[in-house]
Each structure stands twice: as structure tokens, then as C-alpha cells.
Design a protein around this ligand. Structure first.
Ligand code: 13P
Length: 257
């Protein structure tokens, strides 16, 4: 269960408090728990989860390790800070927001592309980080019946030149389901995730068996069990409902009533 905090917890105080509470809630959980805070909050969150089973992840990074790249975050920094995971190709960093206040003409500034997602995936693996690669179609693409084609293409592009699939995590996040409260029907999410699994199998053969594929998009305590019941869904990438420990704890412990 991955908590993508996005920009929901923004102060030191709330980040340390919520991370500490999530660490306590994760004790005895039946799943691996990861928190991905905004980059400047990685260290305080790391301190707050110290000694617990919770893992640290970043929300993004650059593909180059060092050099004249103002404002970018190196995979080497993330590794050194103790990150195990890094989110790559989130629709919000691809400039494909589900909902939001950012003007249409400014979207190209959030311009991760299939090519840079691939460069980042390769760089993360080189640095010993586990990439959580996000894929998913927009509402327009779904209305045009293109979701299978889009998702398949994004997976193939992200994994180009990857030699060892070990440690790669893929998250199916339909853009229209992100932050909208309008979650994907679990049956349909399972269908797309099954498609992703067969795509990965097509490329990597038997080595693909261990890969974890998550669902993301308006996951809540009230719907998580319906996703986790599906045979091909291994976990969830949770946004809004992951920022407060009280809510996220219910997702981690979804089996309990
Ligand atoms: P929400 O859970 O807020 O819909 O966000 C999902 C997501 O984008 C996680 O990465």
C-alpha cells in the first residue's frame, strides 16, 4: 500500500505526526507500506518511521545523476537519503491532471513523456531504487475506446531497455479516477491490470511473475477491499486518503471490518 502524499501534508509538524502514526498503524499489517512525501519532507518522514517496517519513497526524480541541472533531484540523492521507491510517470507529472486548478496552457510544464519515463525507470534501477511506474488513460481516451492501447503502449515504452524486471512496480491509475471520487470499477481495473501483466510477461517471460501491479484512483477505506479481492490487483497507490494516518490505517487494514 503506497501513500502518495502529493501536496497534501505540507508542514514539518503534520508530516512527522502523520508518518509516525502510519508507522504505528502499519505494525502487524499484512502488506508492505510505503510513504512518498514531497521531497523536502523525506528526511523528517524518514526519522518518523525509523525502526518501523514502513518504507520511504519519493514522488519523482531526474534521470541524470549529477551535473548542471538546477532544481532536479538525483537518483543518488534519493538512494542516499534511504528511499527504496520512487514514483515515475504519475499523470500529474505527465501534465495529465484528472481535476485541478492548473490552466490548460500551463500543463506542458508538467511534461514527463513516455521517453523521459523510460529514462527515469532505467536510472532508478541503476541506482537500486524500485520504480513505481504509473500508467493510465484520460477520460477522452477511454471515451474513444483507446484505454487498452494507451496503457499497453505506456507500459512498453516505460520498460524499453530494462534488463531486469525485478523490483519494478506498475500502478494503473486512470487519469479520470484521480482525485475525483469517481473510482474505476474494480472488475475493469482488474481487467486492465491483467492486460498489463500479460504485456510484461510478453516482454520478460517467466521473470515477470513476481512483478507487483497496483490500482490507484480515488481509493478509500470504503472501496479498498473490493479492489484487493480481485486476483490480479496486488495493492493500491493512494493519494488523498493516504495523507491522514487515521484514514490510511483503515486502508492498510482493509481486511478488518
Ligand atoms: P487519489 O487517491 O487522491 O485519487 O489519487 C490517486 C493517485 O494519483 C495516487 O498516486
Amino acid at each position: 500500500m503506497v501513500a502518495n502524499w502529493k501536496l497534501y501534508n505540507v508542514t514539518l509538524e503534520e508530516s512527522k505526526r502523520e508518518a509516525g502514526d502510519i508507522a504505528r498503524a502499519a505494525e502487524g499489517a499484512d502488506c508492505e507500506v510505503v510513504i512518498c512525501p514531497p521531497a523536502p519532507l523525506l528526511i523528517p518522514v524518514k526519522q518518523a518511521i525509523e525502526g518501523s517496517s514502513v518504507k520511504l519513497g519519493a514522488q519523482g526524480m531526474f534521470w541524470e545523476e549529477k551535473g548542471g541541472f538546477t532544481s532536479q533531484i538525483s537518483p543518488l540523492i534519493l538512494k542516499d537519503l534511504g528511499c527504496d521507491y520512487v514514483i515515475i510517470g504519475h499523470s500529474e507529472t505527465r501534465g495529465r491532471f484528472g481535476v485541478g486548478s492548473v490552466k490548460e496552457e500551463l500543463l506542458p510544464y508538467f511534461s514527463e513523456t513516455d521517453e523521459t519515463v523510460n529514462l527515469k525507470t532505467l536510472a532508478a534501477l541503476r541506482a537500486g531504487l524500485k520504480p513505481i511506474i504509473c500508467v493510465g488513460e484520460t477520460i477522452g481516451e477511454r471515451r474513444a475506446g483507446k484505454q487498452d492501447e494507451i496503457v499497453s503502449y505506456q507500459v512498453e515504452m516505460a520498460l524499453a531497455k530494462v534488463e531486469d524486471i525485478n523490483g519494478v512496480v506498475i500502478a494503473y491509475e486512470p487519469v479520470w479516477a484521480i482525485g475525483t471520487g469517481e473510482f474505476c470499477d474494480p472488475e475493469e481495473a482488474n481487467r486492465i491490470i491483467t492486460l498489463i501483466r500479460s504485456k510484461v510477461r510478453e516482454i520478460f517471460g517467466a521473470k515477470a511473475e513476481g512483478i507487483r501491479i497496483l490500482y490507484g484512483g480515488s481509493v478509500e477505506p470504503s472501496n479498498i477491499a473490493n479492489f484487493m479481492k480481485k486476483e490480479n490487483i496486488d495493492g493500491a497507490l493512494v493519494g488523498r486518503a493516504s495523507a491522514k494516518a487515521e484514514t490510511f490505517a483503515k486502508i492498510i487494514h482493509y481486511k478488518e471490518p
